[in-house]
Design a protein around this ligand. Structure first.
Ligand SMILES: [Zn+2]
Length: 93
């Protein structure tokens, strides 16, 4: 058996070249697409932290307490019932 290369490689060469070009083009397209998507991921912003709660200052001792936990009397915020009563002349004063 004799292999005659000159004759058999003439036609498939163009086919292989076309296939190689197609693969290269596909890889390049995939690479570019992945690169374009890359920077998008870190752009995601972390969810906002715990919403800032307004703080009020105790009119008696000056301690800051969340407005939702403060006790108010006469428009003055207090950190606890004891300070509120002490400042406004509540029971026991
Ligand atoms: Zn207080």
């Amino acid at each position: 058996m004799h292999w005659r290369r000159g004759r058999s490689t003439l036609v498939p060469m163009n086919l292989f070249r076309l296939l190689a070009l197609a693969i290269i083009a596909w890889l390049a397209w995939r690479f570019l697409r992945r690169r374009r998507e890359g920077p998008r991921l870190p752009a995601r912003r972390p969810p906002a932290a715990v919403p800032a709660e307004p703080m009020v200052r105790c009119a008696h001792c000056g301690v800051f307490v969340p407005a939702t936990e403060a006790l108010a009397r006469d428009g003055q915020p207090f950190c606890c019932a004891r300070h509120r009563d002490a400042e406004t002349g509540g029971p026991g004063a």
